[in-house]
Every structure is written in structure tokens, then in C-alpha cells.
Design a protein around this ligand. Sequence first.
Ligand code: SF4
Ligand code: SF4
Length: 313
Amino acid sequence: MEQEDARQQGMVFNIQKYSVHDGPGIRTIVFLKGCSLACRWCSNPESQSGFPELAYNAGRCLSLGKCGHCLPACPHGSIAEGSDGKPSIDRSHCTGCSLPCVQACPAQGLLAYGQPKSVDEVLRVVEQDMAFYSRSGGGLTLSGGEPLLQGSFALALLREARKRRIKTAVETCGMVAPDVVREAASCLNHVLFDLKHMDAAVHKAQTGCSNARILDNFRILADDFPEVPVLARTPVIPGVNDTPEAIAAIADFVRPFGRIRYELLPYHRLGTQKYHFLGREAPLGDAQLGKDLFRALQGVALDILGERVQIPG
Ligand code: SF4
Ligand code: SF4
């Protein structure tokens, strides 16, 4: 079983070192591809599909006149010349391919979001920073997408990390099978659990799914795994949950679980460029969240949960 864990493969789209925002201490964040929700504000659009995806960064392209290697590399004729003299990609045909155009591109104008990696390959990168983890109380955080959606790979990563004395955390949206939550919890040192809205209909309209299973999984973690610290988090999104009523409803849900801490995260637009690289429009456009409104909503949570509210530094 242990050797099998190290050899298991999953779809990874990024490994980010020296993070201080996603769990205690200094951490390495491993981003797994695939998500069970489709949040309209997603800042990692490249995480949503479970498969490798083609990204095109026009700013790095040398132009077809000077280069043009991608054109003949595509076996499906999905790349043509655009009006700007650079590639125009027909994404309706650009699926299920092994991305030879990315291999052909010398300038990183074409990129692949997502690569298969083994548990051992991932942990060899994570282990490079063991000294930082032991000094800061940090470790590995699995993120995504929804990392627990790749259940057997995520569980193998967590088991093998613990075997190698690496502390583990997961950032989850909670929309996964309860059995996977239970199994993951037994090899986690920390959970970051997103609660986005308490109204099931609004949750479904904004994320594609009702919140019923998410809330059930939250109760499982809170009640059945008292040894695992849980931080509930709400990304505050303009037009979705940026009202005192919405935040109060979430804080009221968290309140009976006395050991659970809570944090509000302000909406940001850092994912906008990645939508463009994928040939998509960012669904929320140029929506913004005012600082004063965010502070007022933190005040709502503080009134209900007091010192259990964590204020990001
Ligand atoms: S990913 Fe495949 S189908 Fe799409 S443009 Fe590249 S080679 Fe063509
Ligand atoms: S191979 Fe890359 S740099 Fe060359 S034309 Fe295609 S996208 Fe541009």
C-alpha cells in the first residue's frame, strides 16, 4: 500500500512555495485540477476542468510571421492566423488532445494548465522546504479546484506526506463524498473549509450546486474529528454574499461549533488574466468590493463570533 501511494498519479496544475496564507506557518500549496462547483467568481479558472487545458498568452507570442511552429503542430487544424498576425485558436475543436502545440512553442505563448504527476514527484518538491516547515509550523496544503475530488490521489498524497513527517492541510469547498472527507480528516492537521452562502437556492445559482452536502460535511468534520482544527472561510463576493444578512447567516451556522474559527476573505480579480488565457470572459467582469463594506461585514461576524473571527494580517 505504501509503495502504491508514492506511485499514484494525479492531475496537478501548480505547486506554489513559501505561502503564508493557506494554513499555519510557511507552506507549499499543491493545486489539483478539477472542481465539483463552478463558482462564478472563481480566481483559478484553470482549476475547474479535471483535464489538461491549453492557455494562450498573446503577450509572449512571437507572431506567426516570425515563428508559426504551432500551426503545423496541431493535428486537428484548430490553429489559424488571426487578424493580428498571431494564432487564433478554435477551442470548439481543441479538446482531448495531448497538447503538441505547447511542445512546439518556443516562447511560452502556448502553455498547458495541468500535468500528471505522481505522489512521489510532488512530495520531492514539497520536501525541499522541510527546514522552513519545522521552524514555522508549516507544511503541505492541498488546494484546487476541489482537491478531494481526485479522492484516491489526494488521500495517497496526504498519507505519504504524513509518513514523511510533513504536516498536512486542505482547502476544500466541501462538495465531496462524505467517505472521502472522513478518510482525509484522519490524515490532516488542519482544514480550511469554505462556506459561501446559507441559502440553498442562491448557492445553486452562484456555484451550480446546493449547499446541503457541504453543510453535512462541515458537521462531520466539526463533530466527528474534534482533534482537527477547522477554519471556516467565506470569500465575500459583490452581488452574491456582500450583505450583513448573508454573513450573519453563515456566522450563525458556525456559532454552535465552538472550536471552529472563522475568516472573511475579500473578493479579488487576480484570476482575470487566466480567464483570457483560456479564451473565456471573467463572469463577474470588473465588479469590486469596497474596503469599508468588507470591514463592516467583518464587524457583523465579530458581533456573532467574537474572538473566533480571524482577521487576515
Ligand atoms: S491543444 Fe491540441 S487541438 Fe488544441 S490547438 Fe493545441 S494541438 Fe491543436
Ligand atoms: S509557436 Fe508560440 S510563439 Fe510561435 S507563433 Fe505559435 S504561439 Fe506564437
